[in-house]
Design a protein around this ligand. Structure first.
Ligand code: FMN
Length: 303
């Protein structure tokens, strides 16, 4: 998740584990991009031993193929094509969710990437641009390109993050496609995970914001499926927070480091009503160092 799901968050999540794969935030491939330097932004191994996929976004098939090759050389185990970003800056350049207006271009880009590398190429789609009229064409075009699986965030670009994710469209994709479908959108609890799997029969789940609010969500879901009890480790939050803070390098101004910590914990404090009650007090305070933030937060959370 661009701007939130960065290296520090990935490392913190890896300290908790429970998920089978992570995917890095998108790398935008603008026209005339210098691919070697752009691909440097992807670093395999950040979430070791959990694989870290790369995600790319752009509108030129040749450049996207070149980028896919560079990322595969850098060890990306999977390369995902972003067909969902709703940002106007991105769509204005014909990338992200803009590809949903043109199934042929979506196909061309995905196919160029598939042909360029030996690792699996996948695509992440929203349900449409302004509406879902091209939904079927888009998912079939993606499948036709040879991608290994498709992830669906079932909202249109126009819907942003507003209305509830339409899980019925995940079910529809599942019924129309032969390749595996990964369901995404508003899965923020164990019950939600069971519900979306039941309603859609999708093959796997992708969770974004739910993990920011509850970093143990993957372990809790897995435990519930294997009918095993799961208890959050007593020092789990401390390790999570310290791993995140330790990754904020000194090159980053202190104000920004505190901002990153506040952003991370701002999501966490939304995880329950009890936490929510402490949220604004913790976030509006001033902190002189990242260490002070960590210590005070742990005290506030009775660690
Ligand atoms: C701040 C933010 C950044 C995001 N960045 C990306 C991104 O880089 N690539 C991507 O495929 N989706 C991105 N998304 C979308 C999420 O991956 C996901 O599809 C969406 O949030 C719905 O799933 P969720 O309810 O589990 O969060 C982003 C979402 C948010 C809120």
């Amino acid at each position: 998740m661009e701007g939130v799901g960065d290296r520090s968050f990935r490392k913190a999540m890896a300290s908790i584990g429970g998920f089978d794969e992570a995917c890095a935030e998108f790398l935008r491939v603008p026209m005339h991009a210098h691919i070697p330097s752009l691909s440097e932004q992807y670093v395999a191994g950040e979430t070791d031993p959990i694989p870290l996929a790369a995600q790319v976004m752009g509108s030129d098939p040749e450049l996207m193929a070149e980028m896919a090759r560079a990322l595969a050389e850098k060890g990306a185990p999977r390369i995902d094509l972003n067909c969902g970003c709703p940002s106007n800056t991105v769509t204005g350049k014909g990338a992200g969710s803009s590809l949903l207006k043109d199934p042929n271009l979506l196909y061309e880009i995905a196919k160029a990437m598939v042909d360029a590398v030996d690792v699996p190429v996948t695509a992440k789609l929203r349900s449409g641009f302004t509406d879902t009229s091209l939904f079927k064409e888009n998912i079939l075009a993606a499948q036709e390109s040879g991608i290994a699986f498709l992830t669906l965030h079932p909202r249109t670009k126009e819907e942003g993050y507003g209305p509830p994710a339409r899980w019925d469209l995940i079910a529809k994709a599942k019924s129309l496609l032969k390749i595996p479908v990964v369901g995404n959108g508003d899965i923020a609890s164990v019950e939600g995970a069971h519900q979306v799997l039941k309603e859609t029969k999708c093959d796997a789940l992708m969770i974004g914001r739910g993990a920011l609010m509850n970093p143990w969500i993957f372990q809790e879901i897995k435990a519930s499926f294997s009918k095993e009890p799961f208890e959050r480790p007593k020092n789990g939050l401390e390790i999570y927070l310290r791993t995140f803070a330790a990754d904020l390098t000194e090159e980053m101004p202190i104000r920004n480091r505190i901002g990153k910590l506040k952003q991370l914990m701002g999501f966490y404090f939304k995880g329950s009503d009890v936490l929510l009650a402490k949220r604004s007090e913790m976030l509006k305070r001033d902190y002189a160092s990242t260490q002070e933030f960590v210590e005070q937060t742990l005290v506030a959370l009775n660690y």
